[in-house]
Design a protein around this ligand. Structure first.
Ligand SMILES: Cc1ncc(COP(=O)(O)O)c(C=O)c1O
Length: 457
């Protein structure tokens, strides 16, 4: 097989700074051993997130120059509205400054005390926005997802039996929405198949429940449907995305992912009455209806990005390059969530750092070692991110202790990825020296962003 090559050439470069291990040790100490608190200048390869970290194309930068900054009725807004309507089949389009603003608007309207949300897996800001309204959020990913290392083509699916059980248990009236996250970020970036989505639609119809699609990685999900699901091989990625999004009543998108922009979000809905309520909140908290939280140039770049992301060569390179990293790590004996998802490689830290107990955060230990050894920044997706405390203050751990290495879109080359693979030789050698971490400070919501840690000696 020929080497995988980037389907673009480089027109502008941003220098990276190489630091020493001693320097990074000190940087970690100053950052309270939280990678979110590191300075980006101190990071060599930044795999913290694929959100808003991508590179825009020359056409998008051209669009930036053409952005119409009119307060109302801007051309760039009309362009974005057209593209979003065509993609989702939903008439009402609300531009927001990022995904969580769209979440806050929709979930504060349909949520509240006594309400229940059910999802394949709620992303952290999704859960936080729901719980902040006083509602409850339940994750019911399919059983195949529990076995992180075994192959199954659509491990992002929702468990349909549990969905019906939960609806019956709580009563359809108290279910605010079923949220399908595609791909399923917090569950390994795994895809959702069309069959599962259609089944959810049918259940929602049966009980009269709203179905929301959190589709910030809808293009990546469409790639998997095209290549893995029977009957979709002759359909384009864009047509698959259209078919899937059309099944929803509302679509939420952090445009910082498959929108191929550095900032932006979208909320689209089918129902007019709901759109009016959402629009009122948009105007109060984000901006007027024809720009919401975005400038004209942002909307122009997003409209172009939402079209580029479905390019066949781009999507092939995108998914294959992520898979390449995962396959090479697996060959070295690093336990990874299998198969490799769309935007990230997830490492099973509970297995790799089996000597660190869950309440001493094995994922955090791996994150810190990767930065120390290679200047690589990534994020724990385990009990630091999702852990809770019981009434006695004892940790209720997350379902898995993962570390996510998210790949920014069109940013790093094959040799950067090969460097990351090489750093794992050091990790395998030194991992047993790391005894885990304790939390010394944490806020009440989304603690992983600002918590401080100290190493256990
Ligand atoms: C599935 C999912 N939903 C929502 C969000 C929140 O979007 P944003 O970071 O733009 O607020 C993210 C961000 O990573 C996400 O992955």
């Amino acid at each position: 097989m020929r080497a995988l090559t980037e389907p673009f050439k480089i027109k502008m470069v941003e220098p990276l700074r190489v630091t020493t291990e001693e320097y990074r040790e000190e940087a970690l100490r100053k950052a309270g051993y939280n990678p979110f608190l590191l300075r980006s200048d101190d990071v060599f390869i930044d795999l913290l997130t694929d959100s808003g970290t991508g590179a825009m194309s020359d056409r998008q930068w051209g669009g930036i120059m053409m952005g119409d900054e009119s307060y109302a009725g801007a051309r760039s807004w009309e362009h974005l509205q057209r593209v979003a309507q065509d993609l989702t089949g939903m008439q009402y389009v609300l531009p927001t400054h990022q995904g969580r603003a769209a979440e806050r608007i929709l979930y504060s309207i349909i949520g509240g005390p006594g309400k229940v949300f059910i999802s394949n897996t709620h992303f952290d800001t999704t859960r936080a926005n729901i719980e902040y309204t006083g509602a409850q959020a339940f994750d019911i990913v399919c059983p195949e997802a529990a076995d992180v290392e075994s192959y199954s083509p659509f491990k992002g699916n929702i468990d349909l039996n549990k969905l019906v059980q939960l609806i019956e248990q709580h009563g359809a009236k108290s279910i605010a929405a079923v949220i399908m996250t595609v791909t399923n970020n917090s569950s390994g970036g795994q895809p959702v198949c069309m069959e599962n989505m259609k089944a959810v639609r049918a259940i929602c119809d049966q009980y009269g429940i709203m179905m929301v699609i959190d589709g910030c990685r809808i293009a990546e999900n469409s790639y998997f449907v095209h290549h893995r699901e029977e009957g979709y091989q002759s359909k384009s990625y864009l047509d698959i995305a259209r078919e899937m999004l059309n099944l929803g009543d509302a679509f939420i998108m952090s445009a910082k992912k498959d929108g191929l922009v550095n900032m932006g979000g979208l909320l689209t809905v089918k129902d007019e009455a709901l759109s009016v309520k959402c629009t009122n909140l948009l105007i109060i908290s984000e901006g007027f209806t024809t720009y919401g939280g975005l400038s004209g140039r942002d909307m122009e770049a997003l409209a172009i990005g939402l079209t580029e992301v479905f390019d066949q060569d781009y999507l092939h390179y995108r998914i294959r390059s992520t898979t390449y990293l995962g396959e090479k790590l697996r060959d070295k004996g690093v336990p990874v969530v299998w198969p490799i998802g769309g935007h990230a490689v997830y490492i099973d830290a509970a297995k790799l750092y089996a000597h660190v107990p869950v309440d001493e955060y094995p994922g955090q230990a791996l994150v810190i070692d990767l930065y120390l050894k290679g200047g690589i920044r990534c994020v724990e997706v385990g009990s630091v991110m999702f852990g809770k405390y019981d009434e006695q203050g004892k940790l209720i751990p997350a379902a898995n202790e993962l570390v996510r290495m998210a790949i920014p879109r069109r940013v790093y080359t094959q040799s950067h990825i090969d460097y990351v693979i090489d750093v794992f030789d050091d990790i395998l050698e030194i991992k047993n020296r790391n005894k885990g971490f304790r939390i010394t400070y944490e806020p009440p919501f989304l603690r992983h962003f600002t918590a401080h840690f100290e190493p256990i000696n």
